[in-house]
Design a protein around this ligand. Structure first.
Ligand code: NZQ
Ligand code: ZN
Length: 394
């Protein structure tokens, strides 16, 4: 078994009414003032924001609110949030929403604690490595990005069109309140995108050549099977606690790194997808399913056995010819994405067929103009990226 280091310190409060424990828990950290961060308004519509405010008040906590985080959250909003947090002297940042809101709150928390540096130019560009952050937590409303326990946060610089992540242990929230019922109001497309993203966080860790960690494989395969199984009910039924809770739990497990212990992350599909979101502002999960089968068909020869194994585990493909099995498994996964309403090419993604110039631009952004390769499984060069974008360009 390969060596690994693992620390996921986020306290998870999971289940019905989990969010009602937020005020008392946040108070127990010695908090004086909370910055509440939310998105485009879904939490106002559902009454969740008001309920959280009331809870904080009842606990004697002061708070200030900043709303309007957009999906594919932008750095200018984070800068505004940092200024507000400084002005209001907050000492806890609470996200109420999905991955975009949580990532924004993570960035505000880091920016607030390191206020002599610019959050993008210095910290996000890795010129300065932050060593401290402000305590932050989240009330999750969408099972998707896994940001509620992950060590990363992803921002878009709307001036340059770059969508980039920052990985640091400081990004692990102090606490995550996870009530599956809070996902009932989410649009079906967002639930499907979340399911795509959860699967992808596991698959991006599953494909690592030359690593032999049986237990990690079983965890990963179990998670993938579970998500595929429960996705049917989660999408078909509006208020199905069982499926929503299973998917929510898997969302966190998928990206807290448990499904990748002893393996190197690949994340090529994320990188290819991030450039699509950076350029066209498309939903994260949809950008990933657009690129996954393309990436898989381009890369499967790197480890045919592993693709064949996955085909057997997920889709009961018992083909003795491993190449046929591998390709059959990729076809099945692609058909599954279609079955839950997710795109697998540019037209379905809603961006239409793109010019060669745009494909080259995307590949340049992805590989820093060819200076870097992407991923570890099959390191993706600029030309590989162009080839894959071409395969999806219909
Ligand atoms: O903004 P509001 O009004 O809240 O509406 C949101 C938004 O329009 C809506 N929504 C969420 N929960 C809802 C709801 N609407 C009604 N009822 C609810 N209960 O869904 C829309 C999408 O929300 P968003 O937060 O953008 O979705 P998601 O959770 O998929 O997050 C995506 C972002 O996370 C990043 C992605 O790149 C993307 O920017 N990621 C973050 C990661 C991390 N920090 O570890 C890892 C991921 O790989 C990913 O890159
Ligand atoms: Zn993701």
């Amino acid at each position: 078994m390969n060596s690994f280091e693992y620390c996921c310190p986020t306290e998870i409060i999971f289940g019905k009414d989990a969010e009602k424990k937020a005020g008392s828990k946040i108070k127990s950290y010695g908090t004086d003032k909370v910055l509440l961060v939310y998105g485009g308004g879904s939490v106002k519509k559902t009454g969740l924001l008001d309920a959280v405010c009331t809870d904080l008040k009842e606990q004697g906590l002061e708070y200030t609110v900043i709303g309007g985080v957009k999906p594919n959250p932008v750095v200018s909003f984070v800068r505004d949030g940092i200024k507000l947090a400084q002005r209001e002297k907050v000492n806890f940042v609470l996200a109420v929403g999905g991955g975009s809101v949580i990532d924004t709150a993570k960035a505000i928390a880091i920016g607030l604690a390191n206020n002599s540096y610019d959050i993008w130019d210095d910290i996000w560009q890795n010129k300065v490595k932050p060593v401290k952050t402000t305590p932050m937590g989240c009330i999750l409303t969408l099972a998707a990005a896994g940001s509620e326990t992950s060590d990363s946060a992803v921002l878009t610089n709307e001036t340059t069109g770059q969508k980039r992540g920052l990985g640091t242990v400081l990004n692990r929230p102090k606490v995550a309140f996870m009530n599956p019922e809070l996902t009932y109001s989410a649009p079906r497309f967002q639930i499907a995108c979340g399911i795509g993203d959860i699967l992808m966080h596991t698959l991006e860790r599953y494909f690592d050549k030359n690593s032999d960690n049986c237990m990690t494989d079983f965890i990963a395969e179990g998670l993938l099977k579970n998500v595929i199984h429960f996705s049917k009910d989660a999408l078909a039924k509006d208020h199905d606690y069982l499926s929503r809770s299973e998917i929510m739990y898997c969302g966190s497990l998928s990206h807290c790194n448990l499904t990748g212990l002893g393996r190197r992350k690949d994340f090529s599909v994320h990188k290819l997808g991030h450039e699509l979101s950076g350029k066209f502002d498309v939903a994260h999960g949809a950008s990933l399913t657009t690129m996954w089968a393309v990436w898989a068909r381009y890369s499967y020869k790197t480890d045919v056995k592993r693709f064949a194994r996955l085909a057997k585990v997920l889709w009961d493909i018992n083909e003795s010819d491993e190449v046929k099995a591998a390709l059959g498994g990729i076809d099945k996964m692609e058909a599954y994405f279609h079955s839950i309403g997710l795109p697998v090419n540019f037209t379905e993604l809603g961006i239409g067929v793109q010019s060669n110039e745009i494909l080259e631009y995307l590949a340049d952004m992805c590989t820093d103009y060819g200076k870097k390769t992407v991923g570890n499984f099959k390191p993706i060069t600029r030309q590989d990226a162009i080839n894959m974008y071409k395969m999806a360009n219909h």
